[in-house]
Structure formats: C-alpha cells, structure tokens
Write a protein that binds this ligand. Sequence first.
Ligand SMILES: [Zn+2]
Length: 143
Amino acid sequence: MQTLLKLTAARSGDRLQLVTTEVLEMGTNILRFIGDIRATPGRYSVQIGSREHLHPPDSLADEPHEQRDPRFVWRFLDHSCKPNAKVVEQSLVALRLIQVGEVLTFDYNLTEEDMATPFRGECGHCGGRMIRGFKHRQHPSAI
Ligand SMILES: [Zn+2]
C-alpha cells in the first residue's frame, strides 16, 4: 500500500477529504479502489462497470475505523467538475501535476450512471448544478 503514503484524510468543516502529502506527477496511479462489488450504487460507492458498484465494506462504515484502515480512504474522495484525477478501471490516476495539500477530486458524472444520493455541486466550477450521474445529463456526448 505504498501509494497511500501520498495521501491523508483531512477534515474540512464537518467532513473528511483526501489531501496529498507529496507532489504527484501527471499519470500517477494514486490508489486502487478496494471494496465490495454490488449491483446497485450507494452513498459512497464508485461505479466500475455497468452493474458494478464498489462499496466500502459495511464493517468500516464509521469514520474512525476507515481512518485507521488506509485501504478504504478512497471513500473520502470529493467530486469536482474540474477534477485533478480520474478513475481508470479500478484505480485513481492523476490528470495533471498535483501539488502537496491539494484535495483529490474526480468527476462523479464520468463514473456514476445514476447516483444513489444526488447532491448540489460545490466544486466552484459549475454554478452549483445537481450531480446525479451521467444518465441524467442532457448532452451525454459533451462528457
Ligand atoms: Zn461542479
């Protein structure tokens, strides 16, 4: 799990985010998503196939446990419409050079078809539109 040494979970207000502790070159394989694959999405799942949603194990649902287990820090990844990373197969890959202390983000609308818990975007790049999954986008070809 040496790749996880590049990250830490940091509190921002009432939630945790993943923050880099090293400079990451573009193309760096930052972490591999590990969890339970189910057919339906959940609040913290990441979609990795048409009916494959990777969930953090239920036994690690409370945050202190997850902070102690670095395999599941991916659950704290934030959404951004202008992200610094993307999901490639079952890994998170840096889209550009990422500086120390940056919050790691990916675009949920690129991986998620129909999100279990849609929310209003707060990334600062989209004017607070609803993030619901690519199924709901009006112009899918614009992705
Ligand atoms: Zn946004």
